[in-house]
Design a protein around this ligand. Structure first.
Ligand code: PEP
Length: 252
């Protein structure tokens, strides 16, 4: 399966910094052997579509960090999947732990947004993961099962490029990375859950990404695990050089 290296830019970068990154990456992506995706602030999506109009590569994607599940309506402050698509978005992050922690995203609302994404033709990266307290209480898979349950019940058939990102909350932006073995252990279980709900074929097709302080120095070991099909990268995706080093590690 072709790995996916996705950059979550959160609420960082000005328009001129976005432009600089895009122009730099445009010079370097050439023949990609992995899929790359960037998730900027929604207001910057038009910059991506303008800059990449003539040079869009098959394996370079962008999209928002969240979307509403309806195409339009009285939902102040939300983003329509169709509006995101107008600016070339092909993917979307759903249920990131920061959405859950700060903005009241629940397992059910995340599942609804994933269904909305699929309905309107965006490929979701659906985030799950446990807190440190939950890991220490040996509740990691119990928590992940709760996060996945509404998804499996609402989405009967995933889109061809559905991804699940395992992002232990204790490893996001903390500099603490799960060991390659810890990531593999959980991601193998996630693949089994996909298989029981969506079948063997979908389990083999769904990409399971790891996220949590991935950097050029630790990427190779994590990405070499059999059930790690890519990475969702926060801090280290903000700089073209480190983002591309992670992509190169996925390629080895
Ligand atoms: C993230 O925000 O999804 C993330 C994994 O961040 P970081 O790489 O900075 O830990």
């Amino acid at each position: 399966m072709r790995p996916l290296i996705a950059g979550n830019w959160k609420m960082y970068k000005s328009a001129s910094e976005v432009r600089f990154f895009c122009e730099e990456i445009q010079k370097k992506i050439g023949q990609l052997s992995v899929d790359l995706a960037i998730f900027p602030q929604a207001v910057h999506l038009p910059l991506f579509s303008t800059i990449f109009t003539a040079t869009k590569q098959n394996h370079f994607f962008w999209g928002p960090q969240n979307i509403h599940y309806k195409e339009m309506g009285a939902f102040t402050g939300e983003l329509s999947p169709l509006a995101a698509k107008e600016f070339g978005s092909e993917m979307v992050i759903i249920g990131h732990s920061e959405r859950r922690q700060f903005f009241g995203e629940t397992n059910t609302s995340a599942a609804e947004r994933a269904l909305g994404a699929i309905t309107f033709g965006l490929q979701p990266i659906f985030c799950v993961g446990e807190t440190l307290e939950e890991r220490e209480a040996n509740r990691t898979m119990e928590v992940i099962d709760q996060q996945l349950a509404p998804l499996f019940s609402l989405v009967k058939e995933p889109s061809s490029s559905f991804s699940i990102a395992y992002e232990p909350v204790w490893a996001i932006g903390t500099g603490k990375t799960a060991t390659a073995l810890q990531a593999q252990e959980v991601q193998q279980q996630i693949r089994k859950r996909i298989e029981s709900s969506w079948g063997k074929e979908n389990a083999a097709k769904c990409r399971i990404l790891y996220g949590g302080s991935v950097k050029p120095e630790n990427a190779k070991e994590i990405l070499s695990q059999p059930d790690v099909d890519g990475a969702l990268v926060g801090g280290a995706s903000l700089e073209v050089g480190s983002f591309l080093s992670i992509a190169a590690a996925a390629n080895q």
